[in-house]
Design a protein around this ligand. Structure first.
Ligand code: ADP
Ligand code: ZN
Ligand code: ZN
Length: 736
């Protein structure tokens, strides 16, 4: 008798266990580790889906065992390596093994089969019906011209009914067969066979450095820092080509928003049908098809956002993560994995090479490169050798000039000039969700919490300012504490307002807007971008969505309408994020023959982030920023763990959180942990549930994790946790 170790699909923590089941004699041949099965579960023996994560000769339990009911798969959907990965994730991200297994594979929907109609029987039999003049004859004629027509087309396109088809089938002159169809969102069968660029010596140097690493046993991740327009994509494709030459596979991660048709096409042009693409707007069926294409070996290159890191390749050669500084690589849903961390784990499991790429590496990654944990590679010149000219515009002067528009006079003139030259313009607004800050329009002063040096967030329903780090509150001042002016107000403009203002000031210009509101439908993203690429608009107004990866030769002017919006978000990473955004958006200007121009509208041009971004000086910015992090003991000098409690009864949430705080204090036992808060979360109420959180900081990630979870276990035993959910995030991309 053999036994299977099974994890059920039930995702509750209470059933986060491995259960043993008997394998019926008839199944022993067929059943393999990594397959899905159905099993009876619980007292009611409800039929439940389970994942076989091991098979053994002995049950490591004395309980009476139930039997597996049946096997769902013909092949394992998890390799041993994937199960190892899931077990590692379970510990690292504080979730159940079931959560992790379900995160690694897509919903298995099975392949879609489309019914096709083909000719059948002999020609004579058909001719006997042919010669007539009716629907049956019509269909036969159609089929003579073609190899086969889908049942759907016959009904909808040719308007031939089911009875006609049925009677022909009965007569044996046609047959209906299901054909496996792959739901491919991109046409990978038809690459453009355009001229392929030869790498420049700079690009080649980097390609060589990475390829040399492919066979090395002891690998260090690479950090490729390449300015915008330096040709990183060609570097990536050449590395992947070499990996494929060696019979291995490649994963290419890009942030969702830069998963543009343009980017994808570059990979399809190079690798044709070996490419598979995933993105978040796919249906379960489409996602399954792409996964299956990779699993079965029909594809060797997976391109996609965060979740593509789980591509089922078992001879993985390289994982490339472009725009590695992007927040979207970290999942906000359970399991809260970070694709960059998964990539590093896959490096250990498969001996894969890992390349992080960015024009503006995250401070954490650059610190690792500086301290030797990563190997730094640099591309410091654009392919066209022309970095754009970047200027900052001091918006405090505009009020003095009597200009109340959201466009400075300088920006207005630059737009006018660009329109006259028949070039294109991008107007960018980096709007950060709900956080609104309060600033003075006369002197630029921003209301800031002294003890945390992050800006206060304005809460409209209380009409108060709150510090989202320590929880302190204050009234909104009537006049500016710095200069006494009364032009103190909440900052916040929307893309719609910018669009309207552009239309008002430049009546002849054709304006397109791209943001969450205009890209709700499936293809709108693609449509807006191609309209702009084809020159059907002069001005593109947008949010973060238009900041990356776009390569429009016609764009010579970029206007950053309100650079300070993300500068003043209540987050220690505000500077880092703003620097990256300004650099990325600026990078859209002047990528072809004409030199680009960028105008940064700001109330604080002397701020080091704006200043270094204007000078395109990443190193300078890094030196300043890392000093700030060191002084404030923010990452990478510490790790931050956010524990958030969520519940409908706010008083209860607060009191349990305060109790947790005392538990933390008690078990700190003189060790070097500090707490910030408890305080209301940045978004303090969602869907009728209140959110409060405490931040715990420590030096060692693993020790901090253990400490936080140990205290949570104590809390769960001692406090009434009914109707309160716990949410833990390690080193969050922003403080919730
Ligand atoms: P990045 O991703 O670094 O911003 P891209 O990969 O988009 O830069 O490259 C910028 C532009 O330079 C693209 O239009 C690309 O086609 C072109 N390019 C890249 N490498 C070469 C090369 N070796 N020769 C000629 N053009 C190149
Ligand atoms: Zn504070
Ligand atoms: Zn002021």
């Amino acid at each position: 008798m053999k036994y299977a170790e099974i994890v059920t699909e039930i995702r509750a923590r209470e059933v986060n266990n491995v259960f043993f089941y008997k394998i019926p004699e008839a199944m022993t041949e067929e059943l393999m580790t990594g397959m899905r099965v159905s099993v009876p579960f619980g007292r009611g023996n409800r039929i439940t889906l389970g994942y076989v994560i091991g098979i053994s000769d002995e049950p490591k339990t004395s309980a009476a065992l139930k039997e597996i009911i049946d096997i769902k798969d013909r092949f394992p959907v998890f390799s041993k390596e994937r199960i190892e990965l899931a077990r590692w994730m379970e510990k690292k991200y504080y979730c159940t093994l079931s959560d992790c297994l379900q995160c690694i594979i897509p919903k298995i929907t099975g392949a879609k089969r489309i019914k096709y109609v083909f000719l059948d029987g002999s020609e004579d039999e058909r001719r006997a019906l042919l010669d007539r003049n009716n629907r049956q004859a019509e269909l036969l004629r159609l089929l003579e011209d073609r190899d086969g027509i889908s049942l759907d087309d016959i009904r909808k396109k040719y308007k031939i009914g089911g009875s006609t088809i049925k009677s022909l089938e009965k007569k044996g002159v046609i047959k209906i067969t299901g054909i496996r169809s792959s739901r491919d969102a991109y046409d990978t069968e038809n690459p453009n066979s355009g001229r392929k660029h030869t790498p420049t010596p700079d690009q080649q140097r980097i390609i060589d450095a990475v390829c040399e690493d492919l066979d090395r046993a002891d690998k260090k991740p690479f950090l490729l820092k390449g300015v915008t327009g330096s040709g990183k994509t060609l570097v990536y494709t050449e590395i992947i080509a070499e990996v494929l030459r060696r019979g291995r596979q490649a994963i290419m991660l890009v942030p969702e928003i830069s998963l543009t048709p343009q980017t994808v096409q570059r990979f399809i042009d190079r690798f044709g049908s070996l490419v598979t693409v995933t993105h978040s707007k796919m249906t379960d069926g489409e996602r399954y098809d792409q996964w299956e294409k990779a699993r079965s070996g029909r594809a060797s290159v997976m391109i996609g956002p965060r979740s593509a890191v789980f591509a089922p390749f078992d001879n993985l050669g390289v994982i490339i993560i472009d725009e590695e500084h992007e927040k979207t690589y970290k999942s906000e849903h359970t399991p809260k994995y970070d694709a960059r961390e998964i990539a590093l784990k896959l490096k250990d499991i498969y001996g894969a090479t890992v390349v992080f790429g960015s024009a503006t590496p995250s401070i954490d990654s650059f610190y690792k490169a500086k301290t030797g944990e990563y190997r730094l590679l640099e591309l410091d010149k654009r392919i066209n050798m022309k970095m754009p000219d970047v200027f900052s515009v001091d918006m405090r002067d505009e009020i003095a000039l009597g200009n109340k528009s959201i466009f400075s006079l300088k920006l207005q003139n630059a737009i006018r000039e660009t329109l006259e030259n028949k070039k294109q313009i991008i107007l960018f607004l980096n709007r950060r969700g709900h956080s609104t800050f309060v600033s003075c329009r006369q002197c630029g002063y921003v209301m800031t919490c002294e003890s945390c040096s992050v800006s206060y967030t304005y809460h409209s329903h209380e009409n108060r300012l709150m510090c989202h780090y320590c929880g302190s509150e204050t009234d909104v001042p009537k006049t500016c504490p710095a200069c006494g002016s009364k032009y103190i107000k909440y900052f916040g403009v929307g893309t719609e307002k910018i669009e309207a203002e552009a239309a008002r000031l430049f009546p002849g210009a054709r304006v397109l807007r791209m943001d969450m509101d205009t890209t709700k439908s499936r293809n709108s993203h693609r449509q807006i971008l191609s309209a702009f690429a084809e020159g059907r608009a002069d001005i593109l107004v947008g949010t973060q969505m238009i900041a990356k990866g776009l390569d429009f030769p016609g764009v010579t002017l970029v206007g950053i309408v309100a650079a300070d919006l993300s500068l003043n978000s209540s987050d220690y990473r505000a500077m880092e994020n703003t620097f990256a955004l300004i650099t990325q958006v600026s990078g859209r200007a002047g990528r072809a023959d004409s030199r680009g121009k960028v105008l940064i509208q700001t109330y604080m041009p002397e701020n080091y982030c704006i200043e270094f971004a204007r000078k395109n000086d990443y190193e300078g910015f890094y030196r300043e920023e890392i000093e700030f992090r060191r002084q404030m003991n923010y990452p990478p000098f510490s790790h931050i763990c956010v524990v958030m409690l969520v519940g409908e009864d706010e008083r209860k949430v607060i009191s349990v959180l305060h109790y947790y705080s005392t538990v933390l204090e008690y078990y700190a036992r003189g060790k070097n942990y500090d707490k910030i808060g408890p305080a209301a979360a940045a978004v303090s109420k969602i869907g009728g549930k209140y959110r409060h959180r405490i931040i715990v900081r420590g030096q060692d990630e693993e020790k901090l994790r253990n400490y936080v979870f140990y205290c949570l276990d104590i809390l769960k035993k001692k406090a009434d946790m009914r109707d309160i959910s716990v949410n833990v995030t390690m080193d969050p991309t922003y403080i919730p």
